[in-house]
Design a protein. Structure first.
Length: 418
């Protein structure tokens, strides 16, 4: 992290097996060439409920998978222009869902509780375990560290990568970690022992992002080689190669049932893929086409949150393919900062994202109002994560900072789980 690494090419164990599938899919899925908006440095240096309101909460399980619904909607052509909006208080169904509600900023008063030190280079990512017990951090110092989510106590270090680590992901049972590195590999770890179980090889350049599916039997990865790969966790073999983008892939993730994959890239595209077939079901793109630095599905899989290098966060509707909300005020022009949904504050939902002005910003999801900024880091706030059940936010800083901070919500609420 902070170093411009030379490009290396890793041997592909699954290349022969995947070549035929990749070739067949290439014509249908290949993205048009597009120049980078800015000169790219090394991988890890870039990393270096009322009914009339929008909700990202998980609804009751559906009998039909999200991929089937997405495929059905993809058959109908998307409108090229937005219909005229009715005047006054008359709203279409979509507009009614997005109608702003009063701000409740008194529910958000995060304060610094713990500062974690130990990494020797910039910290690229921080992720809470799904069971809420642990916080994992990755760094340009080639390591992953585990800390107690409750009090920030250091637990252990996972070491083995030959270059900086750009991203990490937890399995759903909180037993395993996957790490993406500039050494062009993904490693699968037994989290609480630090034992490396498998090394996944096949990408030809920095592996920049990684994620488990909800069943934790698949891993998806994105790379500076412009591809997205799907891996079998049990065997460590590459199952599918998606020639997804025409520039480095900055983020990947699964939806709530694992039937869909989302990817974002410096080519300015957000793409939604069918996990089973590798088919591109939908492409989301803004008119200005800014590089996409981070993407993820909302908890209910109805929306996609996308950060772009024009200091804007967009909330896209998967159903319509349109941008539903814009969040602004932070600075994000160079680094791939993480954005998150904060859903543990009683009765309200928020968007959280780090910023290049050394702050963390919190927006009200409905009103788009900035309700709080957290200050304390001495460099770019690159990583951020929200605890799965408690009102706790973790943040991490770049090279001049090298710390992780845990922020607890101090707002008084009878149901505040923090």
């Amino acid at each position: 992290l902070g170093t411009v690494y030379t490009m290396s090419s890793a041997p592909s164990e699954a290349a022969a097996a995947a070549a035929e599938a990749a070739a067949a899919a290439a014509e249908a899925m290949a993205a048009p060439a597009a120049p980078l908006a800015s000169e790219l440095e090394s991988s890890s240096s870039k990393r270096s409920k009322p009914d009339d309101q929008m909700s990202v909460d998980v609804p009751p399980p559906s009998t039909a998978g999200d991929a089937a619904a997405m495929a059905a909607s993809a058959e109908a052509p998307m409108p090229t222009t937005s219909p005229a909006k009715p005047s006054g208080d008359h709203y279409t169904e979509e507009e009614a869902e997005l109608k702003a509600a009063p701000s409740t900023s008194e529910q958000v008063r995060f304060a610094l509780r713990f500062t974690l030190k130990g990494h020797t280079k910039a910290i690229s990512a921080c992720k809470f375990s799904p069971d809420g017990l642990w916080l994992a951090t990755s760094s340009g110092d080639k390591t992953i560290k585990l800390w107690s989510a409750a009090d920030g106590k250091y637990e252990l270090t996972l070491a083995g990568h030959d270059q900086g680590v750009s991203d990490i992901a937890w399995s759903s049972d909180s037993k395993y970690l996957a790490s993406a590195s500039d050494d062009a590999t993904i490693r699968l770890w037994e989290a609480l022992t630090g034992r490396c179980l498998k090394t996944l090889k096949g990408h030809a350049n920095y592996v920049f992002c990684v994620s488990f599916n909800p069943q934790s039997n698949l891993i998806v990865s994105g790379s500076f080689d412009e591809s997205v790969r799907v891996w079998d966790v049990k065997t460590g073999k590459c199952l599918r190669i998606l020639p997804a983008h025409s520039d480095p892939v900055s983020a990947v993730g699964f939806n709530r049932d694992g039937t869909l994959i989302v990817s974002g890239s410096y080519d300015g595209l957000v793409r939604i893929w069918d996990t089973a077939t590798g088919q591109c079901l939908k492409t989301l793109i803004d008119d200005d086409n800014p590089p996409v630095s981070n993407v993820q599905f909302a908890p209910n899989s109805k929306y996609i949150l996308a950060c772009t290098l024009d200091s804007t966060i967009r909330l896209w509707s998967c159903a319509t393919g349109k941008c539903a909300k814009l969040y602004k005020g932070h600075k994000n022009e160079k680094y791939c900062t993480f954005a998150n949904f904060l859903t543990t504050v009683p009765g309200r939902q928020y968007i959280v994202c780090g910023s290049e002005d050394r702050k963390l910003y919190i927006w009200d999801l409905q009103t788009k109002e900035i309700v709080q900024t957290l200050e304390g880091h001495t460099d770019v706030v690159l990583g951020s994560a929200c605890h799965p059940t408690k009102c706790i936010i973790a943040t991490s800083g770049l090279s001049s900072d090298r710390t992780v901070k845990l922020w607890f919500n101090t707002a008084k609420s009878e149901t505040n789980p923090a």
